[in-house]
Design a protein. Sequence first.
Length: 115
Amino acid sequence: MTEFSVSQHFEGKEPVVKSIYERILKETRKFGKGIEEPKKTSIHLVNKSAFAGVATQKVALVLNIKSTLPIKHARIKKSEKVSASRYHQEIKLTSADEVDSDLIGWLQEAYSISG
């Protein structure tokens, strides 16, 4: 079985991508213990189950957040119902400044339903 690392996801990416990720980690660690699980194409952020997924691009980061209802906001690029009571919301981030109170609130809710 192939092992993946968090650092592999940032190879060949602009430094801003890592800074966005680090800001997300800093904020989500305030909720409690969280685990980073690197996969082939993404990094899962896990409480007892995954509450968010991170996919890196050359100059951006795509964040998928778990929720119990669709989040109606202009920043949500895609909302997908994945089960009777779970949705995945996709947000593209191009700056660490975009990790704001709205995003942190969504991540905190995701963390709480994943515990």
